[in-house]
Design a protein around this ligand. Structure first.
Ligand code: SF4
Length: 511
């Protein structure tokens, strides 16, 4: 059966059972919720990916939100931030307005992250607080969505211990929010809809973007199955948006005056590998995006295994393609990389770095590193330190390994003692800080193009902005410069921020 056929069957089943629902005392959750078992979520079938272009908002839901407000709390990565933009877009097309005040909200959605245990703890803590609010305001609709909703244990826990939640929906069900809201308004029971599927592509969903920077999804899902990571199970298989859909969205953002775009995917370098009718890679996409009149184009996240020569050749053309590459390494030791199933060796990674440096000598590299992976010895950790010294990252996201239920690594013995993990993290961060400080020192006296974001969060007397390489710059200037490109001379480089002086507010030339 095709993906579409399955959906039709599911909908038929859903409608039949919805009729029966009136006479049932106990809700049959199985009509909505097929537990996202690891076995099912790991399947990668040969079914075609269906691209849907139809509107997600039913006619009778177009004004349902008039006079009502919504609040969405977002946890986790940019992918989630972008999903929130889509949900905001749909809610506003239904007439809802946004609020940051829980007390004013008629709908509160928690868009959750499953990547680390503490992200889950935060969500359950928030649900605890919201229980009181729900008691005071029974008409409030409370929803939980995002990656945690794809986990069977989480859904069961919410159904059993947080029965005041009105809707649970998964990452493949975001476009169904209007329909699920309708069921929540008219039904009396919790609405649970989590599709455990490889995933389709839904185009034309409204998006509420704010500011001058925009994220654009170019692909969804991941097929890499790194042994510590839950994403391939919660986000489905790798599937790329058609190039004309991506390019049309970016051209539209250019017309709207956006200054910076980040192309998003769990593994952007795999873009296009799932097309069987055309040969079109991530490098080809970047080459086409390069010709669109947007001053800065970024992308995240890269996987070193799929980072090919074509992409390096295109990035070297520069223009609006910035000199910043986030290249997660995770470990500097080949044995550990094997256990992580990263599918590259230390040597392969260093070779790739060398190629990038030859083509783009001033490229700034950042990375992700995990310490204390099961079985990691001191010697293997030393390999990570030596790799960091060799690559000289400008910054890195560093993490202590913690097992995620259901991943292959969770079945490995988590045998690095907690104090050893903490000590390794500290030594790694100390080294990264020294290197970052040294790299920044080289910028002293240089004049850089800065995109002004607005007042600094830590000091309202100064403005904050970002260089092409995404470094944070603080300088004094008029608040009216927010959203513009300016030239700033770096006078006081520090580890985390470059302090400087405004040279001119004339828009900088993109070279
Ligand atoms: S590449 Fe690995 S770490 Fe990244 S999302 Fe895929 S499985 Fe997770």
């Amino acid at each position: 059966m095709t993906g579409c056929g399955k959906e039709v069957e599911l909908l038929k089943k859903e409608l039949t059972l919805l009729d029966e629902k009136q006479t049932k005392s106990d809700k049959d959750y199985s009509i909505y919720f097929q537990p996202p078992s690891l076995k099912d979520a790991k399947k990668r079938g040969k079914e075609d990916i269906a691209v849907h272009y139809e509107s997600a908002i039913p006619e009778d839901m177009k004004t349902v939100g008039t006079g009502k407000k919504y609040l969405i709390r977002t946890y986790g990565c940019q992918m989630n931030e972008h999903d929130t933009e889509v949900m905001k877009g749909m809610l506003e097309e239904m007439g809802y307005e946004s609020t940051e005040e829980k007390l004013d909200a008629d709908i509160i959605l928690l868009n959750t992250c499953a990547i680390r245990e503490n992200a889950e703890d935060k969500v359950f803590g928030e649900l605890g607080h919201l229980k009181t609010l729900k008691q005071q305001k029974p008409g409030l609709i409370l929803g939980v969505c995002g990656c945690m909703s794809q986990e069977e244990s989480v859904v069961n826990r919410i159904m059993q211990k947080h029965a005041f939640v009105d809707i649970i929906f998964g990452t493949h069900n975001i476009h169904r929010l209007p329909v699920l809201l309708k069921e929540a308004y008219y039904g009396k029971e919790m609405v649970v809809e989590v599709w455990s599927k490889e995933g389709d592509i839904i185009e034309n969903l409204p998006k509420k973007r704010e500011g001058m920077k925009a994220w654009v999804n170019i692909m969804y899902g991941c097929d890499k199955f790194c042994t510590y990571c839950i994403v391939p199970y919660t986000r489905g298989k790798e599937r790329s948006r058609r190039p004309h859909d991506v390019l049309a969205e970016i051209r539209d953002l250019a017309r709207q005056g956006f200054k910076e775009i980040t192309l998003l995917g769990q593994n952007v370098n795999a873009y296009g590998k799932d097309f069987d009718d055309i040969s079109y890679s991530f490098g080809d996409l970047m080459d086409d995006v390069r010709k669109i009149d947007i001053p800065r184009i970024r992308f995240t996240t890269s996987h070193p295994r799929d980072f090919d020569d074509r992409l390096i050749e295109v990035l070297a053309k520069r223009g609006n393609l910035v000199e910043h590459i986030h290249l997660p390494v995770q470990s500097g030791n080949t044995e550990v990389l094997k256990l992580m199933s990263r599918k590259y060796s230390r040597e392969h990674y260093l070779d790739l770095v060398r190629k990038i440096r030859v083509a783009i000598p001033d490229a700034m590299l950042t990375t992700d590193i995990i310490v204390g992976f099961p079985g990691e010895t001191e010697e293997q950790f030393q390999d990570t330190l030596s790799l960091v010294r060799e690559v000289r990252y400008d910054s890195a996201f560093t993490f202590i390994y913690s097992p995620r239920d259901g991943t292959p690594a969770a079945a490995m013995e988590d045998n690095v003692p907690e104090e050893v993990k903490k000590d390794r993290l500290k030594r790694l961060n100390d080294l990264l800080n020294v290197i970052s400080r040294e790299q920044n020192e080289q910028l002293r006296g240089q004049t850089l193009e800065v995109l002004v974001e607005g007042e600094s969060r830590t000091n309202p007397d100064v403005l904050a902005g970002r260089t092409r390489t995404n470094k944070l710059v603080h300088f004094r200037g008029s608040k009216e410069l927010a959203g513009q490109f300016v030239q700033v001379t770096i006078t006081e480089p520090q580890t985390w921020v470059l302090k400087g002086e405004l040279v001119t507010s004339q828009p900088a030339k993109v070279v």
